[in-house]
Design a protein around this ligand. Structure first.
Ligand SMILES: [Fe+2]
Ligand SMILES: [Fe+2]
Length: 174
């Protein structure tokens, strides 16, 4: 099984490869969030997605900045994980009629994405430090903190939305 499209022989090459993959992930999140804002019913959830969309646009810019400095060009490598997560979210959301249950599904999808980002940025920050890229490590840490904050906010909102979704009963014809 081939994991990479090109040979990666050093931690620096792996670092650049993963930065480009995260750039693709962040670009896909930038495209997905407006649809999630549109589908969300809870006002606090809408606002959380909206403010994280603004942060996500900055995450794209930070990766472009790092890649322009490191690899001369900020081209991305398709992140298949995000592609799958977005597909999965769209198909589940499309099958839900109840507002609270749909909000619960949106929170679950959002948190899955945040945890993927947290794992990825934690690793990239560590590699940046090992490679002597202290400035990058600081920038990546800033993004990591914003992902963690977004995740915590979604947990808070889920404390309200999930119990409400739990009271939903499907009405079936007798
Ligand atoms: Fe992000
Ligand atoms: Fe995020």
């Amino acid at each position: 099984m081939k994991f990479f499209s090109e040979n990666i022989d050093s931690l620096r090459e792996l670092y650049i490869n993963q930065l480009k993959t995260m750039l693709s992930a962040e670009r896909q999140i930038t495209d997905a969030l407006p649809k999630m804002i549109d589908k969300a019913t809870d006002q606090q959830l809408k606002q959380a997605f909206q403010s994280h969309l603004s942060e996500t646009k900055v995450h794209v810019q930070r990766l472009e900045q790092i890649l322009n400095e490191t690899a001369d060009k900020a081209d991305d490598i398709k992140c298949k994980i995000l592609d799958t997560l977005v597909d999965d979210t769209e198909s589940v959301i499309g099958d839900i009629d109840d507002d609270s249950v749909r909000d619960a599904a949106l929170i679950a999808s959002g948190q899955r994405v945040e945890h993927f980002e947290m794992a990825s940025y934690g690793t990239l920050r560590s590699w940046a430090q090992i490679l002597g890229e202290t400035g990058h490590a600081q920038i990546l840490n800033q993004t990591l903190r914003e992902e963690e904050h977004a995740d915590q906010l979604l947990t808070q909102i889920s404390d309200k939305v999930n119990p409400s979704a739990g009271t939903t009963r499907k009405v079936t014809a007798a």
